[in-house]
Design a protein around this ligand. Structure first.
Ligand SMILES: C[S@@+](CC[C@H](N)C(=O)[O-])C[C@H]1O[C@@H](n2cnc3c(N)ncnc32)[C@H](O)[C@@H]1O
Length: 373
């Protein structure tokens, strides 16, 4: 197997019908935090049915069959697994470009990270949901967690790691986002991944920001991305792509179609975006094969099923990759190929994973053609 070719813009040229760009493994649901929004409804103790170390090695071999994809070990808290450094080293050994997504707890120490840094760890993502202990700790359910997250960021930076900060937007921190961006600048974050709440697990629909509030946040993020010393991305706000394309079109006095045309020749910045089951694959702590951790529709289990075959051939995965299957406003939206909406939020709010994303306020004209990505 060879490394995937790169497009001129640096993105790996991956055919999402054949392989995910990114695979995430929820190594455990154990976690010492009690976040009010946790998609995994994580608990302190591990599920006795979570994948064993041997199962984990077999899973990593299976993921490797896709090629050298990006791989993330998440949780729960991966540091709750005593064997995480061994699993990490095995993944690196297999050629998977592997990042770690630990929780901000007292387990996030130099001693725990160092063996993984020696094995090739380059990037960690650490959650900061507010610029103050009061906001962050209330969200994370445990006093002291803001201090543990910021201490973890410091240690990671001292070890030479790139730090991605994850922030979940909700009604609790809507007015604090610009202070979190300042914090990300101060601590030297490389990337800010702004998650939009999905009402799954412990996440509550009443805690989501409204569609117009979300639209304001996305426009603000677009402005920020022009000057921030870190890269800005969104998670479960696929419609950020529409906002960015429209803003770029307005700035340059060209049409959204021309923005996409220029993006194609420059390396595909607005190429079809990664979405659940479409360039994205999630393996649960028990080995269930899911299109996303926010979309709990199991298509099989790695202990019994062929991971590569499930990703390529499962009917739900195939429908998720087919924009003509979308319903509601997403079905007629010109951005349905580049965006596609949050399939997770559609499912969580309506039970239909192909329904329109209620977080997006865009009203497309009926019968409009899809913009080519
Ligand atoms: C699943 S956590 C795993 C890593 C670690 N436990 C943590 O809290 O950072 C990864 C990211 O997903 C976010 N997240 C969890 N539940 C969510 C939900 N229901 N909607 C949106 N984001 C969520 C978290 O806030 C965190 O930034």
């Amino acid at each position: 197997m060879t490394a995937p070719a790169r497009l001129p813009g640096g993105r790996p040229a991956v055919d999402y019908s054949q392989a995910p760009l990114i695979t995430i493994w929820e190594t455990t649901r154990a976690c010492d935090l009690a976040c009010i929004h946790c998609r995994a409804s994580a608990q302190t103790l591990p599920d006795p049915a979570q994948l064993t170390q041997e199962d984990g090695y077999r899973l990593l071999d299976a993921v490797r069959r896709f090629g050298r994809s990006l791989f993330v070990m998440t949780g729960g808290d991966p540091l709750k697994r005593p064997d995480i450094a061994d699993l990490f080293a095995y993944a690196m050994d297999r050629g998977l470009v592997t990042a770690l997504s630990p929780s901000g707890t007292p387990l996030l120490t130099r001693d725990r990270l160092e063996p993984m840094v020696r094995a090739g760890l380059r990037t960690v993502s650490i959650s900061v949901d507010g610029s103050t202990a009061a906001i962050h700790d209330a969200f994370r359910g445990v006093p002291g967690s803001f201090g543990w997250s910021t201490a973890g960021i410091r240690v990671a930076k001292e070890l030479g790691l790139e730090v991605q900060i994850n922030t979940t937007v909700s009604r609790y921190n809507l007015d604090d986002l610009s202070a979190v961006a300042d914090l990300a600048t101060r601590v030297g974050a490389s990337r800010w991944s702004v998650f939009f709440l999905v009402p799954t697990g412990r996440g509550q629909a009443s805690d989501m920001v409204s569609a117009p509030e979300g639209e304001r946040v996305l426009n603000w993020l677009y402005d920020l991305s022009r000057t921030a010393p870190f890269h800005v991305k969104t998670t479960e706000a696929q419609h950020y792509r529409r906002v960015a394309i429209e803003r770029e079109a307005a700035e340059q006095g060209i049409s959204p179609a021309e923005v996409l045309e220029r993006s194609r020749t420059a390396g595909g910045r607005f190429a079809p975006g990664v979405n659940s089951g479409n360039g994205f694959l999630f393996i649960s702590h028990r080995g269930d094969i899911l299109p996303s951790g926010f979309l709990p529709l199991s298509a099989g289990n790695v202990k019994e099923d062929d991971l590569v075959r499930v990703y390529r051939e499962d009917p739900v995965f195939k429908r998720l990759r087919d924009p003509s299957q979308l319903h509601g406003r997403c079905a007629t939206c010109p951005y349905r190929v580049v965006c596609g909406g949050s399939r997770s939020r559609a499912y969580a709010t309506t039970g239909d994973y192909l329904a329109e994303d209620p977080a997006c306020p865009f009203e497309p004209r009926a019968g409009g053609a899809a913009l080519a990505a």
